[in-house]
Design a protein around this ligand. Structure first.
Ligand SMILES: Cc1cc2nc3c(=O)[nH]c(=O)nc-3n(C[C@H](O)[C@H](O)[C@H](O)COP(=O)(O)OP(=O)(O)OC[C@H]3O[C@@H](n4cnc5c(N)ncnc54)[C@H](O)[C@@H]3O)c2cc1C
Length: 424
C-alpha cells in the first residue's frame, strides 16, 4: 500500500484531506476495491490494514496489497451519516448477542485506537413491552442472554420508572434492560475509520461512482468510474448498502434485499434526564437523548398498503412520519407533548427478508463479496463485521456468522431463521 496522506493530527477530527478526497490518485490495478464509503466499507478497509500489518509482523505477508475505497458522494452521505447511533446486545439470537458483545467491546477502546472522540455513551437500552406477545418476546430473549452470560435483566414497570421517571408505564407489562448498551455519534466513527485506513495506505476516492463492473478475462473485474477512469480489481466488496441492488442487478445477481426509507427527527435540547435509549416494542418507537440534549427519535413505519416495495433509494421527510412518531412518543413520554422538533431527515434501510445480513461471495460471482442487507442495525454491527470480513479476506478465517449470512442461502432455499428483535 502507498501512504500518501499524513496521519490524523487532532483528537477531535483528522486533518483536512486525510480521510480521502475526490482527487486521491487511484492505482490502475487493485488487489481489492471496496465500493461504498459508509461505515461497513471503511470498517473493512481499516480492519484489513490491521490484519495485513499483523501478517507482515509474522512474516507471512510480503507484497503490500493495493486497496481502495470508492465513494460516490461524501463519506457520511449514506445511511451511516443519517442514523440514530444506537448499539445494543439485546438481540433474540445467541449469534447476534455474541456479535454485538464483540462490537461493544471493540467500541470501548476504539476512540483511543482511531484517535477521535466517538461520543460513546453506555446509558443502556430499555425495551418496554405492553402486550402479552411482547412480554413473551422479552422473557424469551432474556433467557437467551442469561444462557450466554450477557448482563440483560427483566424489570417490572416500577423499576423501569426508577430508571426514567418521566415515562408513562401504566400500560407496561415488563421491561428489559442492559446497562452496557449505548449510543455513539455516527460521523466521527466513520471519519475515524477513514483517517486510519488512509494513514495505513488505503486510497479513499470520494465523489466518484462505480458505474459498471465487467467480469474480466484475466479474472476479477474491469471497473468503470464516473470520472471516466477505468481500473482493474482482483476482488471487489459491494458495501453500497441500500444502493447494492442496482450494482448487483447489472451483473445479473438478484438478491432479495431492497431499500426502505426510514425517517428520524431530533428536538430542541433539554437538560440531560434520559440515560438509556428507550424502545417501545409494540410500535417500534425508539428515543434517546444526545449529549447535546436533543431527543432523537424514530419509529417503524411500514409503507402504506398497496405501495410496492422501493426498488431505488428514496429520501425525504413526511408529515405522516411526524404525526405517527409524535403520537407514539407522547404516549410513552408525556412531557414530549411540549417538545419542539428541530430537524427531521431520512436515510435508507437496506431491508433483508429474513432480517439477516448478506455477507460473502455472491451467487455466480465468487470474486464479488457482498456486505449488505443490514436493515436498521448495520452501524452497531460494523465494528465486529469489519473485523470478521477483514480476517476472512486476509486469511480465509471463517466466522460462524458468515455461514448464516451467506448471500447464496436464498438461491439454495436454506431455511430462514427470523431474528426476534429487529426494530425497523
Ligand atoms: C434513520 C436511520 C436510523 C438508523 N439507526 C440505526 C441505529 O441506531 N443503529 C444501527 O446500528 N443502525 C442504524 N441504522 C442502520 C445503519 O445506518 C446502516 O445499517 C449502516 O449505516 C449501513 O452502512 P453501510 O456502510 O452498509 O451503508 P451506507 O452508509 O449507506 O453506505 C453506502 C455508501 O455507498 C455509496 N454508494 C452507493 N452506490 C455507489 C456506487 N455505485 N459507487 C460508489 N459508491 C456508492 C453511498 O453513497 C453510500 O455512502 C439506521 C439507519 C437509518 C436510515
Amino acid at each position: 500500500m502507498n501512504a500518501e496522506h499524513r496521519p490524523a493530527s487532532s483528537r477531535s477530527a483528522p486533518a483536512k484531506g486525510s480521510m480521502g478526497s475526490a482527487r486521491a490518485p487511484l492505482p490502475p490495478e487493485l488487489d481489492l476495491l471496496i465500493i461504498g464509503g459508509g461505515v461497513m466499507g471503511l470498517s473493512i478497509a481499516y480492519n484489513l490494514t490491521r490484519e495485513l500489518a499483523r501478517k507482515r509482523k509474522r512474516g507471512s505477508q510480503s507484497a503490500p496489497l493495493r486497496v481502495a475505497v470508492v465513494e460516490r458522494s461524501y463519506l457520511v452521505s449514506g445511511a451511516s451519516g443519517r442514523n440514530g447511533g444506537g448499539l445494543r446486545m439485546q438481540w433474540g439470537d445467541a449469534g447476534n448477542v455474541a456479535l454485538m458483545r464483540e462490537s461493544i467491546e471493540i467500541c470501548r477502546r476504539l476512540a483511543q485506537e482511531l484517535n477521535i472522540n466517538l461520543w460513546f455513551r453506555q446509558g443502556g437500552y430499555l425495551f418496554l413491552a405492553r402486550t402479552e406477545s411482547g412480554e413473551r418476546r422479552l422473557h424469551r430473549n432474556v433467557a437467551v442472554h442469561e444462557h450466554v452470560g450477557a448482563p440483560t435483566r427483566l424489570l417490572a414497570a416500577r423499576e423501569a420508572l426508577e430508571l426514567v421517571p418521566q415515562l408513562d408505564v401504566s400500560e407496561v407489562r415488563v421491561a428489559a434492560y442492559n446497562p452496557e448498551d449505548g449510543v455513539v455519534f455516527p460521523w466521527p466513527f466513520v471519519w475515524g475509520y477513514a483517517g486510519k485506513a488512509v494513514e495505513a495506505g488505503v486510497t479513499i476516492r470520494t465523489h466518484t461512482a462505480v458505474e459498471a463492473l465487467e467480469p474480466s478475462e484475466r479474472g476479477g473485474y474491469a471497473v468503470r468510474l464516473s470520472s471516466g477512469e477505468r481500473v482493474w480489481a482482483a476482488r471487489v466488496v459491494n458495501a453500497t448498502g441500500a444502493w447494492s441492488v442496482g450494482l448487483n442487478h447489472d451483473l445479473g445477481i438478484e438478491l432479495p434485499n431492497h431499500p426502505h426509507r426510514h425517517e428520524i427527527l431530533s428536538s430542541e435540547p433539554l437538560k440531560p434526564f434520559l440515560d438509556p435509549l428507550v424502545v417501545d416494542l409494540e410500535t417500534g418507537l425508539y428515543f434517546s437523548q444526545s449529549t447535546r440534549g436533543e431527543i432523537v427519535t424514530g419509529i417503524t413505519l411500514p409503507d402504506p398498503p398497496g405501495q410496492p416495495p422501493d426498488r431505488e433509494v428514496r429520501l425525504g421527510s413526511s408529515l405522516r412520519f411526524l404525526s405517527n412518531v409524535s403520537r407514539a412518543l407522547i404516549r410513552v413520554l408525556p412531557i414530549a407533548a411540549h417538545l419542539k422538533p428541530l430537524r427531521q431527515w431520512s436515510g435508507p434501510y437496506d431491508l433483508s427478508p429474513d432480517g439477516d445480513a448478506m455477507v460473502g461471495p455472491s451467487p455466480g460471482h465468487p470474486e464479488l463479496i457482498q456486505v449488505c442487507g443490514f436493515t436498521g442495525h448495520g452501524f452497531m454491527m460494523a465494528p465486529a463485521v469489519g473485523r470478521m470480513v477483514a480476517r476472512w479476506l486476509a486469511d480465509g478465517q471463517a466466522h460462524p456468522m458468515l455461514e448464516r449470512w451467506d448471500p447464496c442461502r436464498f438461491r439454495d432455499g436454506r431455511p430462514a431463521r427470523r431474528e426476534d428483535m429487529i426494530i425497523g
